[in-house]
Design a protein around this ligand. Structure first.
Ligand SMILES: [Zn+2]
Length: 276
């Protein structure tokens, strides 16, 4: 019996000495277990094949609470670690397509571009490689396209594939018939655990750093074409409602735009750090 007892204690000691990986995000969990294919290496939290972001693994609530604190403790910014992580920023609409238009005639496409350019700077400052689908007021459809809108949307996600981007961030503004509706909201592909994790982190930072009164929650979606077709982890950030006069004024303000961009960039870095 004594020998058996010793064995039992020894087994307990071995179990206690093995540190299990924290359940932060599914991809980090997978990486720590080393289960991804070595022939299709995971690029800093992106998915090996790009389509892997549409897996259906669950994502625990405990993990959500860790994101901001993790980001805050990594403010030393491991810049040299993320310069091979390519983020494609997609300012929604452009050219013939104004997107949503406020009652005063403010066009979404213009604000999308202004915020995207600021986000480009903020992410580059954190050490990421960044590219834009457009950096001027133009549409992205092919000239001979039957449907300009469809061609325009296809170009955006095709660009992510061409560049072998690790992350796709689409910037938009919202609108609604009821004027009082307001607040930024982040969308992700419904079954993407990495997308959900990132969307939750961005939503948290948009609330804490920009608009503490915003009660919106990130939302899964399986119909938005850019989320469906993105070859890598993707989110759509709706920065606010042009139909709300107060929020529309803020969205046009360069200083407010910088705060939005900074919050998104901080969230991306916190999410990135949680993945690597
Ligand atoms: Zn839009």
């Amino acid at each position: 019996m004594k020998t058996q007892h010793k064995h039992f204690l020894l087994i307990l000691a071995i179990i206690a000495s093995v540190s299990l990986p924290p359940v932060i995000c599914y991809q980090r969990y997978v990486k720590s277990l080393g289960t991804h294919s070595s022939s299709t290496s995971v690029k800093n939290g992106s998915t090996p094949t790009g389509k892997g972001n549409k897996t259906s693994e669950s994502h625990g609530n405990e993990a959500d609470k860790t994101h901001i604190s993790e980001g805050d403790t990594s403010q030393t910014d491991k810049q040299d670690n993320c310069n091979d992580f390519l983020i494609l920023i997609d300012p929604g609409h452009g050219g013939f397509d104004p997107g949503k238009v406020s009652p005063d005639g403010i066009e979404e496409k213009k604000i999308n571009l202004e915020i995207s350019l600021k986000l480009q700077d903020a992410l580059a400052t954190k050490g990421f490689s960044v590219s834009l689908t457009r950096d001027s007021d133009r549409s992205l459809n092919s000239l001979d396209a039957g449907s300009k809108k469809s061609s325009d949307l296809h170009y955006r996600t095709n660009r992510a594939a061409e560049l072998n981007a690790d992350l796709y961030i689409s910037i938009h503004q919202n609108s609604y018939s009821a004027e009082y509706v307001h607040g930024a909201q982040v969308f992700y592909y419904s079954t993407s655990s990495a997308g959900k994790c990132l969307a939750e982190t961005i939503q948290q930072y948009l609330i804490s750093d920009v608009d503490p009164g915003n009660t919106r929650m990130p939302k899964g979606n399986s119909e938005y074409m850019v989320l469906v077709e993105s070859p890598c982890t993707a989110v759509i950030v709706e920065c606010g409602f042009l139909s709300n006069s107060q929020e529309c004024l803020k969205l046009c303000d360069p200083e407010y735009q910088t705060r939005l961009a900074s919050a998104i960039a901080k969230a991306v870095k916190a999410w990135y750090d949680s993945q690597t």
